[in-house]
Design a protein around this ligand. Structure first.
Ligand SMILES: Nc1ncnc2c1ncn2[C@@H]1O[C@H](COP(=O)(O)OP(=O)(O)OP(=O)(O)O)[C@@H](O)[C@H]1O
Ligand SMILES: [Mg+2]
Length: 336
């Protein structure tokens, strides 16, 4: 593949906030919930980026805002070199044609009254992917590609298992021939063995089609298996990002270290971490000053509480927003 001078996806300082209900709707300073708070990231064609973080950290909102399914408050998204956030409607149409989303609930993402074949055919027709006479053959091809039998195209979602429905959802996404897929917790609702099958399918598709995948997940073990890089979100910000093995083996943010320490599959013989992640994340309506993680960080210093938001530091491809120096022993690794 010829390397283009720009990444497939460039997100810069993206913010998404929601006006809170109640109060005077005309008040200019009505309180807002900052779901995504200045996120920057890059994705190359064919790359799989894991996006992890506790519930409410803003992962789905970020995924939707990247695909322009959620309005951003500020910042920019560039897809294939074109600015989408302030772009031409033709660029947004192009983004819609080249991106797709796979959701957690495979049943909810398909029309229960339509056969899965019809729902895949609809995408092919709407986006003029193949001539009308070739639609049926392409539907059969897509079903086969995701490990379903072409005859299963005649089934409605209710007649299929969760795993089969998720395969159908992936076939529908693939009908677009996307270059980027946002997979939001797409295996979380499935049994473990089926999860493995869907992960293998995504890995195969990435190989065959050079798909870039933004893989949103709670399960760090799956992210480690599937992804090239991982970004860790906390209260709307990316606090650490880098190559998967580097981040998992030498996390540089105490939040990541706590998440990594809690991965059960890492080594079942290891004792559980002495200091697991305690408490719940604070509300994104009242984000703590300084480093937003400080109320839960056992290594926090006064500057973490009252100082500025930590700047993102870089060690080659590894980026982290923490003032502590792990190599100087300022916080131990989960495995130290
Ligand atoms: N449409 C909305 N209106 C108001 N608040 C919203 C809206 N959508 C999301 N939020 C809030 O934004 C924050 C981030 O939500 P989001 O769904 O992006 O988190 P998440 O990381 O995907 O969580 P989970 O892991 O549970 O899926 C949460 O506090 C959520 O309540
Ligand atoms: Mg979510």
């Amino acid at each position: 593949m010829v390397n283009k001078p720009y990444p497939l996806l460039e997100v810069d300082e993206l913010c998404v906030s929601f006006a809170l209900s109640g109060g005077n709707p005309l008040r200019w300073n009505r309180p807002r919930l900052h779901a995504v708070n200045g996120v920057s990231l890059r994705m190359q064609p064919g790359e799989t980026l894991g996006l992890v973080g506790e519930s409410g950290s803003g992962k789905s909102t970020l995924g939707r805002a990247i695909l322009q399914l959620e309005a951003s408050t500020s910042g920019s998204v560039r897809f294939d070199g074109r600015n989408i956030t302030h772009g031409l409607s033709s660029d947004i149409t192009r983004l819609r044609r080249q991106t797709a989303m796979i959701f957690q609930d495979p049943f909810a993402s398909l029309n229960p009254r339509q056969t899965i074949g019809a729902s895949i055919a609809e995408v092919l027709r709407v986006h003029h992917k193949v001539p009308a006479t070739a639609v049926a053959a392409r539907v059969a091809e897509l079903l086969t590609q995701v490990g379903l039998r072409p005859a299963q195209g005649n089934c409605r979602p209710g007649a299929l298992s969760g795993g089969q429905c998720q395969r159908a959802g992936i076939a529908r996404a693939l009908a677009l021939e996307p270059r980027l897929i946002v997979a939001d917790e797409c295996v979380a609702a499935l049994d473990v063995s089926i999860q493995g099958q869907i992960i293998n399918l995504l890995m195969d598709l990435r190989e065959q089609m050079g798909l870039a995948i933004l893989f949103i997940a709670h399960d760090l073990a799956i992210v480690r298996r599937l992804c090239d890089r991982v970004a860790v979100m906390y209260l709307g910000r990316i606090v650490e990002e880098g190559p998967v093995e580097q981040v998992f083996q030498t996390p540089r943010h105490p939040y990541t270290a706590a998440l990594v320490a809690a991965i059960p599959e890492l080594d079942p013989d290891l004792p559980l971490p002495a200091q697991p992640l305690v408490g719940e994340p604070p509300s994104p309506i009242a984000i703590p000053s300084g480093c937003a993680f400080h109320p839960r960080c056992q290594f926090a210093r006064p500057a973490c509480r009252t100082g500025p938001i930590p700047v993102t530091r870089h060690l080659a491809e590894h980026a982290f927003a923490c003032v502590l120096d792990r190599t100087a022993g300022e916080f131990p690794l989960p495995f130290d």
